[in-house]
Design a protein. Structure first.
Lengths: 169, 169
DNA sequence: TTGTTTCCTTTGGTTGATTAACTAACCGAA
DNA sequence: TTCGGTTAGTTAATCAACCAAAGGAAACAA
């Protein structure tokens, strides 16, 4: 019985599946994964956002965002426009082509997860959620720092105070 | 209470933690993630293996492995030796320096998971394992030969029918 | 006004990946 | 035994995605 190894294997399968889906998704939309991520975030933010916000959310430097937006602009997926309120800022907006491309890339992984998840019994959903949050806490150093000793009772509250507004899969 | 959303968020945190960890490794001790992965696999295989096996396991092309092994050899972490049984083959072996470096650059993320996991009660381990395997099955129906090395980079034994082996989230 | 900070781009890299073309070695069948 | 096909690995050219450092320009604070 090697539960630790089996758990690691399961975890890795989850990561691997996500990776593969991300790639399929991107090729369905005709862009690379990183560019698709930019477009998804722009869409999620209501159609426009700034390079700064993109860099923060994606966890990369602004220089990287400049490069990605350059390519997306050349592909006609987004366009830049100077902010009227702060002329240092640039607004990155989806073009109609960009929106069309996004539509062609439905989030298959998320859809599949949601479909399967909602088919589960109530108690199964609760257990899965609790387990996932626990694993997330185990891997996410910020939570470890915040509460170094995890107890069963701590599971419920350990996502509160999580500032980082991250996207779903 | 939206369990589906919360589960997706937890999943995303798991992916995110892995992603960030891999990047952090790059800045630590000069060991880049891809090179470390090569060394881990060589170690796992008992101290030596071939470029072909590395390419298959990591899901990248042989040319990529050549490049990585080149750099590792230049760094003095591995060395090449022609196989005696098949002179087309090259054996990639860890040097003493390589072994030392592996010890010094442990897989912090995996270690953290293992440490936390093994601190859990027996029934908690069982529940976590069952949940992880369930999620893995939900996301990935394929049968992947996964080894217990927790990295985003793929380890896939059977890449047949997989035309485009890329990596990196 | 002047100095500082913020937002973004430019420049000049590195890493990790690809494909295509090539060499060398093995292997099976005529 | 030698020819043709397959396999293993390297080389070369290229690309995507990242970064750090060094700006420019606008906003802000003193």
């Amino acid at each position: 019985m090697d539960r630790t190894d089996d758990s690691l294997i399961a975890l890795r399968r989850i990561l691997r599946a996500t990776e593969l889906y991300e790639r399929d998704l991107a090729s369905a939309a005709g862009v690379t994964p990183a560019k698709l991520r930019v477009m998804q975030i722009v869409h999620m933010k209501g159609g426009w956002t700034t390079p700064k916000a993109l860099a923060t959310q994606m966890g990369v430097s602004q220089a990287t965002i400049t490069g990605l937006v350059d390519k997306l602009a050349k592909d006609g997926m987004v366009h830049r426009a100077q902010s009227e309120t702060d002329r240092r800022q640039v607004n990155v907006m989806l073009t109609d082509d960009g929106k069309t491309a996004l539509d062609r890339a439905p989030d298959a992984l998320q859809q599949r997860f949601v479909r399967e998840f909602e088919r589960l019994e109530d108690w199964e959903q609760a257990q899965l959620l609790s387990s996932l949050e626990r694993v997330a806490a185990m891997l996410d150093a910020r939570d470890i720092d915040a509460s170094p000793v995890l107890t069963v009772g701590a599971i419920e509250k350990d996502t509160h105070g999580h500032k980082d507004p991250r996207s779903k899969i």
